[in-house]
Design a protein. Structure first.
Ligand SMILES: NC(=O)c1ccc[n+]([C@@H]2O[C@H](COP(=O)([O-])OP(=O)(O)OC[C@H]3O[C@@H](n4cnc5c(N)ncnc54)[C@H](OP(=O)(O)O)[C@@H]3O)[C@@H](O)[C@H]2O)c1
Length: 276
């Protein structure tokens, strides 16, 4: 991993976060190349990290053992086709973080028989607390899988999927998931304020409670149901609140919401492949 050259195509938010994480893990800046059509973005990144700037995407691809595609999904086809010859010659491991673009489409645009890992990070990856699902096609070796995992671990936790179709579920669960928790916290803050707390107090208590509950769940060997039961004394306040949630069938609502997001993810992936 130390000696491998990593090239990023796209120097935006995710590339910034990944590079920051890799350097913090001890990767040498000189082994990282970056290309982007936005010169200002490139300059900012170079000043921040002292990585090597490439004039073209092709130049970056030619230098790469690992090629990370970090442009927006709609722009991926053009970028991939531009680098097809370089990829076919150099045969790097290609890691795509573009949401919703399927491995089979990327493989086709790059000229086929390419080792591709598709990664689906979420927004907290921007502050190194992401949850990323990974899928590798059959051309990816075990060593390359380890490398891809190490790279994505620089921005949070990772989980491998054995089938690419699960990416739609992942998109609905962890990809869109931060928004569900934001909604829940937003509603808790509002309820606290309606009952008389000032905005700052309601916000602080809500956010720290969400953080504390998550930390407890992560550090515990018990599942969430057991942890919930432990804080629910018979006849107490929590029991009253949970009864209201159950009466309103919150679980069914969450299931419906995640199903709807997964279905939309499938439709969007289909569209991205067809349009291109
Ligand atoms: N941000 C997230 O939380 C998140 C979460 C999951 C997945 N992702 C995925 O990560 C990828 C990158 O997202 P991001 O938020 O980092 O996007 P971003 O900030 O917009 O970065 C993309 C960069 O690529 C550049 N670019 C566009 N076309 C190019 C081309 N032909 N050649 C080279 N560079 C080009 C853009 O330049 P311009 O600005 O000039 O267009 C921009 O600097 C996306 O595919 C997204 O689906 C992001």
């Amino acid at each position: 991993m130390e000696t491998l050259k990593i090239s990023f195509i796209g120097a935006g938010n995710m590339a910034n976060s990944l590079i920051g994480g890799l350097l913090a893990d001890g990767k040498a800046p000189a082994s990282i190349n970056i290309a982007d059509i936005n010169q200002e973005q490139l300059r900012t990144l170079q000043q921040r990290f002292a990585v090597t700037i490439c004039q073209t995407n092709r130049e970056a691809a030619e230098a790469a053992d690992i090629l990370i595609l970090a442009v927006k999904p709609q722009g991926l086809k053009a970028v991939a086709e531009e680098m097809r010859d370089s990829v076919q010659t150099k045969k790097p491991l290609v890691i795509s973080i573009a949401a919703g673009v399927r491995e089979q489409d990327i493989n086709r645009w790059l000229g086929n028989n390419v080792a591709i890992v598709r990664a689906m990070p979420n927004t907290p990856a921007l502050i190194q607390t992401g949850a990323t699902a990974l899928y590798a096609n059959s051309k990816v070796s075990q060593e390359q899988r380890n490398t891809a995992e190490t790279i994505l671990r620089a921005v949070g936790v990772t989980a491998w999927l054995d089938e690419e179709r699960h990416m739609d579920t992942v998109t609905a669960l962890s990809g869109s998931g931060p928004a569900y928790f934001f909604l829940f916290m937003e509603a808790m803050e509002a309820a606290g304020q309606e009952l008389g707390l000032d905005a700052e107090t309601a916000r602080l208590l809500t956010l720290q409670t969400a953080f504390g509950a998550t930390k407890m769940a992560l550090e515990s060997s018990e599942n969430c149901a057991t942890l919930r039961q432990r804080v629910t004394s018979p006849g107490g306040t929590t029991e009253q609140a949970l009864r209201v949630f159950e009466t309103g069938d919150l679980r069914k609502l969450i299931k419906q919401a995640i199903n709807a997001a997964a279905k939309r993810s499938e439709e969007l992936a289909q569209q991205l492949g067809e349009e291109n």
